[in-house]
Design a protein around this ligand. Sequence first.
Ligand code: GTP
Ligand code: MG
Length: 340
Amino acid sequence: MSATEEQSGSSTKSEGEKEYRVLEDLPGVGPATSQKLKEMGFHTIESLATATARELEPAGISEKKALDIIRHARKNVSLSFIRADELLRQRQNISRLTTGSKVLDELLGGGLETQTISEFYGEYGSGKSQICHQLCVNVQLPYAQGGLNAAALYVDTENTFRTERLVSMAQHLGLDPEQVARNVIVADAFTSDHQIFLLENADKVIKENNVRLIIVDSLTSHFRSEYVGRETLALRQQKLNKHMHKLIRLARAFNSIAVVTNQVMAKPDVFFGDAVHPIGGHVVGHSSHTRVYLRKASRGPIRIARLVSSPYLPDGEGVFKITNNGIEESDEPQKRGRIK
Ligand code: GTP
Ligand code: MG
């Protein structure tokens, strides 16, 4: 099967091998085990392919059996050692999604990438949630218009998701607003544990609805308000790490884009340059492949985006604006190019 034939990163099974479609197809998984696995959040072969034996233990599965199940699940998904030419083919499977602003897309090397986590951080009102809303609409566009012809999953931790906003963005793009709203699945996360639980159980909804954009807005707000004080820091980082890990596994298994938003904290000891830094420390920094820092211009709709970290793109800045139509090009002169 060629990279172009198949959009999902989860179907690189070689010919002649048995294809497992549901958990019960896997050798050694009967109805009872399948039920337990589903209760634990493993609804699809893809999620088992990226699981560890220890994670399956609570289902009453021995380590040997767990390894066997994972091995079979991986046959479907092929996630083990691969040659560099195959890796290149997998990379060619990567699709890109437009942000709605050419300048921002260019900064990101042509838009947001599938199979990676992109983080937008910045202070309140800097446009993080607006970008998330716009991406939910854009992902539904056909490929020729920079979309992925797919649906979105929006994990909302701050109750800031608004269908009305999708509607005005959809109208501007000439899309049917009702259809657009139907293709955005929203999950309210009430606590950090609930947020973790939602992602742990997201695989089925992703697969069944052709979701190729997974948003967590905001990644850190619950963690920040629940884990206060130095003594809770280690536990918070451990949980955040696991959460990010789950997100990257979902993005890879379903060839989807993962987007997280993050607030900033003041750095009291910095006098030059940016006196803020994103929450979450190294855990979030190392798991976000692409980080974009958003700032408000002195006032009005103008926003400045700075690419702070990317695996292969130079740092740079670009300007866009937020209007009633959504994320749009700005008429302001652009500050572009390398900034380091
Ligand atoms: P926090 O979540 O509070 O950290 O902020 P955020 O970065 O998510 O900010 P958000 O994306 O919600 O941006 C809010 C800003 O977007 C507002 O202050 C407005 O400037 C702009 N905005 C939001 N909705 C509209 C709209 O319908 N029309 C216009 N013109 N601007 C809007
Ligand atoms: Mg927000």
